[in-house]
Design a protein around this ligand. Sequence first.
Ligand SMILES: Nc1ncnc2c1ncn2[C@@H]1O[C@H](COP(=O)(O)OP(=O)(O)OP(=O)(O)O)[C@@H](O)[C@H]1O
Ligand SMILES: [Mg+2]
Length: 234
Amino acid sequence: MKRIPSGIPGMDELIEGGFLEGSATLVSGGAGCGKSIFCTQFLYNGAKDYGEPGIFITLEEGPTNIWWNMQRFHWDITKLQTEKKLKIYRFGMYDPAVFANKIDDELKKIQEMVEEMGAKRLVIDSTTAFGLWLEKEQMIRHTIFKISESLKKLGCTTLLTAETNGKKDVYSAFGVEEFAVDGIVMLYFVPPNRSIFVRKMRGTNHDKRVHPFDITDKGVTVHSKDEIMWESLH
Ligand SMILES: Nc1ncnc2c1ncn2[C@@H]1O[C@H](COP(=O)(O)OP(=O)(O)OP(=O)(O)O)[C@@H](O)[C@H]1O
Ligand SMILES: [Mg+2]
């Protein structure tokens, strides 16, 4: 199976060289731990260094905000957007009463975009937002499964974010997202340290330690040779 480089320095060393092509990985963690930046970098470097077009599907921050965040890292996304190698798409916002009925339309739109661009990478930021639009827990679970199953059929390598309460053994917001994916990457922020841990990665002999990572003006860098003790996390 082909491995897809993450585009994040130090990350591929933890996962045998990259994500399996076509797999879906949950990037989970508490507020502000770096999920969105991690995912943006996966798309930006994927397009720039590996010629793989990607789509950032946002359910939270608006496209302008995401664009500004990328400027902060000196990532020239305008060029990639013009070349149709990168696209930011705002998932439609609907009244909770009709949201469930609109999902199929949204998935169709995403499929069309993937085909049009020949996209190889996808990001959904975040799955937690679905919970705000769906009232029943059962419906949230069903929707997250449905969406991840449909996305898998598109053949893209996908990252989905989930917001947790920040606790080290909580992998998602609804306790179901982790079962719909092939991999889980946990991000932690216990001041002053940021750290990363691969909780699961199907088909991969992944690293089992917790490693520090930094966010700087260049984006995310994982320090794969350094270690943070599991006990020091909350
Ligand atoms: N240029 C930078 N240099 C250093 N740290 C930065 C820089 N830009 C952002 N950060 C850090 O990254 C954090 C935000 O990262 P990001 O938006 O990826 O987190 P998130 O997990 O997606 O958060 P949320 O839960 O709000 O969606 C900021 O709170 C800040 O600490
Ligand atoms: Mg975010």
